[in-house]
Design a protein around this ligand. Structure first.
Ligand SMILES: Cc1cc2nc3c(=O)[nH]c(=O)nc-3n(C[C@H](O)[C@H](O)[C@H](O)COP(=O)(O)O)c2cc1C
Length: 333
């Protein structure tokens, strides 16, 4: 794995931040980089596979439907009406079935011989893992606990990603009910007993923490939030401005935007809806999508999902090369 996984991994970040330019720059700077296939059409993923350079990775969401409470989703839909009215958009009918084009994305990874394929939100079937490996890919599965690690290992991956509750964006947890996000990355790394290498992810924004996690046995450390302000990242302007203006006071775990627990910068939307939003990904994701799109268009950071991990205060703008250099083990800055 060491040939492909460098000590620092620039995390896949769906929803805009991960671009082929970010991944290519990360690899050129000596890190490992992942494209994010999540939410994209297979055509859009293919265009990115053609645009990226180097020994890159591709991240794919595993469809992991959880039991949903349809009346609770309908209640949430009614609660969101004032938000829709505020932006002049229609709330769509509930949509419960969406596998994010899983099979087509696996077929693309196989066709392009993608060097690294990582998964989040669940464990792919062993047959999928084997097919990717036979096509030359190394397969990584994201886990948040010892129990999830044991289930993931049964599918035969080449490595695990141990994600702490401090991580920005959606948690990889397969138990969204009761997820509090209070595990540290070191806790999860220590809890995961694995015969394959483990990459640590979550809340890391300083070279000293990268070194500590490598010292604790991690093969590499995967950072997302630390690259949100990179020149090559496709982070939405509203989120960039919010972070650069120092408007982020703290992060919270919320399912208000998508129905799955995620760590985001606290804003008006998380304050208003975190307590009442039901579990139900991707139904809630689809429900809030028009509101979030209109708010992003209006550069209203108070209504969009500002995914970020606990280390958000240390995120800096600049070239990816400079940010990679700053986080590499041994860096003094
Ligand atoms: C904006 C954003 C989007 C993310 N999207 C994905 C994704 O598409 N797939 C995935 O496996 N992880 C995703 N993550 C989680 C990262 O892989 C990683 O676990 C996390 O960024 C590590 O924590 P940090 O953000 O504190 O560095 C995302 C994180 C952020 C901040």
């Amino acid at each position: 794995m060491r040939d492909l996984i460098r000590p620092l991994v620039v995390a896949p970040m769906a929803g805009g931040p991960s671009t082929p330019a970010l991944v290519t720059a990360a690899i050129a700077a000596g890190a490992t980089g992942f494209l994010a296939a999540g939410y994209k059409t297979p055509q859009a993923v293919e265009a990115e596979l053609k645009a990226v350079e180097g020994a890159y990775g591709l991240n794919i969401f595993v469809p992991s439907p959880v039991p949903v409470d349809v009346p609770a989703l309908e209640r949430y839909r009614r609660l969101l009406r004032p938000e829709a009215a505020r932006y002049g958009v229609e709330l769509p009918a509930l949509r419960l079935d969406d596998d994010d084009h899983f099979t087509a994305k696996i077929e693309l990874a196989i066709a392009y011989g993608v060097p690294l394929v990582s998964f989040t939100f669940g464990v792919p079937d062993r047959a999928v893992v084997t097919a990717l490996q036979q096509a030359g890919s190394r397969v990584l599965i994201t886990v948040t606990s010892a129990a999830e690690a044991a289930r993931a290992l049964a599918a035969g991956p080449d490595a695990l990603i141990a994600q702490g509750g401090s991580a920005g964006g959606h948690s990889a947890t397969t138990s969204p009910d009761g997820f509090t996000g209070d595990t540290t990355t070191l806790d999860v790394l220590a809890a995961v007993r694995s015969e394959v290498p483990v990459i640590a992810a979550g809340g890391v924004s300083e070279a000293a923490t990268v070194e500590r996690l490598l010292g604790a046995g991690a093969l590499a450390v995967q950072c997302g939030t630390a690259f949100l302000l990179a020149d090559e990242a496709g982070t939405r302007p509203a989120q960039r401005d919010f972070m650069l203006a120092g408007r982020g006071a703290e992060t919270v775990i919320t399912r208000a935007f998508t129905g799955h627990p995620a760590r985001a910068l606290r804003n008006r939307f998380t304050d208003t809806y975190s307590e009442v939003a039901p579990i139900g990904y991707p139904a809630v994701h689809h429900l809030t999508a028009p509101i979030r799109a209109a708010a992003a268009q209006a550069a209203d950071a108070d209504t969009i999902n500002l995914w970020a991990g606990t280390g958000f205060r240390s995120a800096r703008s600049g070239t990816t090369a400079a940010l990679v250099a700053r986080l590499m083990p041994g860096s003094q800055s």
